[in-house]
Design a binder for this molecule. Sequence first.
Ligand SMILES: Cc1cc2nc3c(=O)[nH]c(=O)nc-3n(C[C@H](O)[C@H](O)[C@H](O)COP(=O)(O)OP(=O)(O)OC[C@H]3O[C@@H](n4cnc5c(N)ncnc54)[C@H](O)[C@@H]3O)c2cc1C
Length: 313
Amino acid sequence: MAKPLEYNATLSERIDVTDALTIFKIAPDKQPDKRPWFVPGQYCVLGMNNADKPELGGVRRSMSIASAPEDEGPTEFYVRWVAKPESENPLTHQLWKLKAGDRMYMRPVAAGVFTVPDTIGADDPRIRVMVAAGTGSAPFVSMLRSELRRDPNADLSRWVLLHGASYPADLGYRDELHALVQNHKLHYFGTVSRPKEAHGWTGDVGRVEAYFEPARLTDLEARIGLLPGGFTPKNVVIYICGLTGTITGTIIPLFDRAFIPDFKRIREALGVPEDVKDSVFYEQYDTEPVIDIKDAAVVAPLRERIQTALARV
Ligand SMILES: Cc1cc2nc3c(=O)[nH]c(=O)nc-3n(C[C@H](O)[C@H](O)[C@H](O)COP(=O)(O)OP(=O)(O)OC[C@H]3O[C@@H](n4cnc5c(N)ncnc54)[C@H](O)[C@@H]3O)c2cc1C
């Protein structure tokens, strides 16, 4: 049996975006000694004991931080209820029972290298295209908020957030992000994959990775101020966050533009020379392989595509 967790935090507030998407604001008993106490893009570990079945003990899961590291007060997380859990003690099913004031576990340190300083470095002038499905927008919300906390007049025109969800109501943080478009030149596009059920929706449709299909890439280039053909690692760096499908669906079409994922075994399988820099960084919420590099039938055509693209640049 997993050992029960010792609770060290309190749920300050929950905002139910929909029945299955909730923003949790959590206050650890011991507040950070100094702020900023993490780097935007990092995650914390949250945990709960199973009150109904104590024999199952505690469950802990990683969750990206959505608040800015400069913010006072509780730490914010954007969480999806997992309808078909893989474990017999899913954390999200415990979280959904919580109300403000309830106790829980939050590991009081942040972890992870899905951050601008750990990838390209803060001074890199390229356009940052952030690709998220569902709650994968959390680390990007943190990054954007942090830009504003450090400079209330920040120009966000180099930041592009592409956010996919099933329905418009699932596009959490939409109002806040639209305000950043209006006031700080953020490029933000929400896209819904079930438009037939979304009456009145006039935004983009399809899954978020569809922005990178060859037929649509020219349109994206125009929207973010690039010339046709300009969507290459020379001008753009890609961050992806979410489940495998979003990551695979984004990196494969971008092989044709010579974008290289920051994943050693994929680089090696595709024969990417060591001196070619990574230009796609991802945070994966599940454990499915992004590309089955053991399958020669999968690898061979991708290898050819990337070698052709690299020969062009
Ligand atoms: C670094 C990192 C950051 C994460 N940040 C977030 C976050 O900000 N918000 C968030 O909602 N989740 C996040 N996750 C996923 C989270 O850790 C859990 O896997 C998820 O909440 C399911 O846990 P569970 O115990 O309820 O279900 P379990 O039955 O224990 O299922 C775990 C499995 O569910 C699958 N899964 C994970 N996430 C989802 C999902 N969104 N939809 C469908 N299936 C899923 C995966 O295969 C995972 O292995 C993050 C994961 C990692 C590794």
